[in-house]
Design a protein around this ligand. Structure first.
Ligand SMILES: [Zn+2]
Length: 289
């Protein structure tokens, strides 16, 4: 399995924390009919996107991107020691898979210059912090953590109504440690990283386009979760805060990058998780490189 890619002057590493069965396809996508699933079952099974019981297989991973100037970690996955009772595979886990993956990519936590979150859901912020002496501290001690301001404001408001555990244990401690920057859509890192507003899954969801002066790679976060959404971009998962807007965002994103040379790096597609967007039938495909 390929964990390392080059695109333009970027080198990209996947740091996989889990690749596992997640939700039955018909449950994750409320508008997916049994007939439509049946039409797509064969290729979905062949690409390891569903198991024999029609349960979706998702990857949970970070991408670490080295530009000539910086080392940037995109989405920090699930994390250890977090209280996630609704998700047994994530609850109070203590494995070293993620840290071993980081080390296998030749990286230590001190090497990360920026941690960027596409949005602030539980499986995208977990390793922002780790437990030390009973307190949550930033995992990446030298990094600036970049959060979209609209996304941060949305979760601040939600958390004021009722505590949102991943916000409380994986975002606020970074803010309190003064390592966080809340940024607008004009934020950039040199000429190597730009923000694409991609609302719908969450109100402040952003994607990251990277590459010197052109988009050599794009990191899509949760614009889409499973390859079936390439063939059927109208399918929005039950976790999308605004399913209608999410579907528009997804379609626009796929049209924008279709038949370009940009490497599309998804958060959750099964391995290899990355590829180039091509037109296929009435929809799209993501062709592995
Ligand atoms: Zn996610």
């Amino acid at each position: 399995m390929s964990l390392k890619f080059n695109a333009g002057d970027l080198s990209i590493h996947r740091i996989i924390e889990q690749e596992t069965t997640f939700f039955p396809a018909l449950e994750l996508f409320p508008t997916l009919s049994p007939d439509l699933l049946a039409e797509n079952r064969d290729w979905m099974r062949k690409s390891n996107a569903i198991d024999a019981g029609d349960v979706l297989i998702l990857c949970f991973q970070s991408y670490v991107v080295r530009t000539p100037h910086h080392t940037i970690l995109i989405d920090s996955c699930i994390g250890n020691d977090k209280q996630r009772p609704a998700r047994p595979k994530w609850h109070q886990k203590t494995d070293d898979t993620y840290m071993r993956g980081l080390n296998a990519a030749g990286l230590a936590v001190e090497d990360i210059d920026f941690v960027m979150c596409t949005h602030l859901h539980v499986d995208h912020v977990g390793w922002n912090t780790r437990l030390e002496g009973g307190r949550w501290v930033p995992t990446f001690p030298k990094a600036r953590y970049i959060f979209g301001k609209a996304e941060y404001d949305y979760w601040t408001e939600q958390n004021a109504k009722a505590e949102v555990p991943p916000f409380a244990d994986s975002v606020l401690p970074v803010v309190e440690a003064k390592r966080a920057d809340m940024v607008g859509h004009d934020f950039a890192i040199g000429d190597h990283l730009r923000i694409l507003p991609t609302p719908g899954h969450t109100p402040g969801h952003i994607a990251f386009a990277m590459g010197k002066a052109k988009d050599d790679a794009v990191f899509v976060g949760d614009i889409m979760h499973s390859p079936i959404q390439l063939q059927h971009p109208e399918l929005s998962p039950r976790f999308d805060v605004d399913p209608v807007q999410a579907a528009v965002t997804r379609k626009n994103f796929l049209e924008r990058y279709c038949d370009t040379d940009t490497l599309c790096c998804t958060a959750h597609f099964p391995s290899p998780s990355t590829g180039k967007i091509r037109r296929k039938g009435g929809g799209f495909s993501c062709e592995a490189v």
